[in-house]
Design a protein around this ligand. Sequence first.
Ligand SMILES: Cc1cc2nc3c(=O)[nH]c(=O)nc-3n(C[C@H](O)[C@H](O)[C@H](O)COP(=O)(O)OP(=O)(O)OC[C@H]3O[C@@H](n4cnc5c(N)ncnc54)[C@H](O)[C@@H]3O)c2cc1C
Length: 437
Amino acid sequence: MHHKLLIIGAGAAGLVAAVTAKDQGIDAAILERNDRIGKKILMTGDGRCNITNESTATGAEDELAALSGKFHSNQAGFPVSVLKQLGIRQTIDFFSGLGLPLTKLKEGMMYPMSLQAASVLDIFQLALEDRDVPVYFNTIVEDVIVRAEHPRFTVVCKVVTEEVEEQAVYTSDYLFLCTGGLTAPSSGTDGSGYTLAERLGHTLIDPVPAIVQLKVQYANMKQLSGIKLQGKAHIQVNGEVVRSESGEIHFSESGLSGPPVLQLGRNAAYHLARRDAVSVIVDLMPGRTEEELVDFLEIHWGIFGHRTVVDSFIGIFHKKLVPVLLKEAGIDQQPYLLCQDLSWKTKKKFYRILKHWEFIVTDTNGFANAHATAGGIDTTELIEGTLESKLVPGLYLAGEVMDVDGDFGGYNLQWAWSSGYVAAIALAKQISEGKNK
Ligand SMILES: Cc1cc2nc3c(=O)[nH]c(=O)nc-3n(C[C@H](O)[C@H](O)[C@H](O)COP(=O)(O)OP(=O)(O)OC[C@H]3O[C@@H](n4cnc5c(N)ncnc54)[C@H](O)[C@@H]3O)c2cc1C
């Protein structure tokens, strides 16, 4: 079977690429190992699919400057060369054009109006049907052979169903690698895209989990499990804070999560891989400086000196947090200690822990639980702004397979949408200009 363009992977990037390419008049088809499209999309945004994030969409120049801080790559300026071609507003318009209106929830996060990730798949399914884009399911791409003349690509696949296991071979003039990274392997992403790219001469920048929970070593984690609080989390590497994020921090028996901690996951993963000393410093009172915190508690304890320390924390901290705070301050054996009897030494322990509570990070929760992969195929081997391989003409990469990852809040899907779109538009331009025939 021959197609002008073969797209490996019916994930977010591959789906946008297929729809866009077909709209540009290119005969495109998708090869997908699963028996349906977009399996990972179903898992996103807690089943609601956080498609993008409008908080940075402030107007062309501002938007790009704000957006660039949300994406990470060894080649810092690379993501912007793509995002400027399909930014947030154009993404919202793109989905509206497919018949999927979006709605905004907190912090600029945009979702399908139905708040169901399944709607995103249904819309893509309809879009592919409307355009007659074939999807070859249960088709695992195992090898790609490149020739100098057309058809340039021979794609060797294994088709696996309950009934059969057989080889299938497809040819194409152009090939898009949209195979994702290593996260959530149950969705079909086992890193085989990296192997395919490496065999074609590309370099893999070591992938690590990003947007991931952190495992910590702390004796009282069990007691803290289930607590969610608003705070600030700093990631500290070899004693130096390298990044800070605010929001709802979640405590579990094994570690820390919640948006700010997930956001710091990529930094922790990189440094753990280098065997650096990594810890998370939690600030339980981010709205107050240390001096303001001291003033606040001195006044509070002054007014309510007749109350026990435990009672003085009612309404200030989560109830489950208080016994652990007392332990940290060394007064857990004195449940009836009154505020007026607190020593200065004990108060200082409280002040320290409330602003600077250190949790030593031992590991991340791994690719199986991460939302994104940091690292991937080296972007210096791709042409900026088109995503075509500099090493293999006619090969394009889109989505998480390359060394670009985004922040929590819709930015990883945004990368998939933008890069899928850009690759398809660049190919259409290349074909119309008669390059690389
Ligand atoms: C639990 C979870 C929640 C998330 N929530 C959000 C969110 O709300 N917002 C957000 O922005 N991001 C979210 N993400 C991240 C986001 O889903 C990904 O960044 C995005 O889906 C990547 O798109 P992609 O097309 O590059 O790869 P994928 O969506 O991973 O698609 C790759 C496709 O390629 C196929 N494939 C791979 N290898 C082969 C092969 N050899 N042959 C044939 N097919 C192959 C796979 O089966 C898969 O269908 C979440 C991720 C997870 C795991």
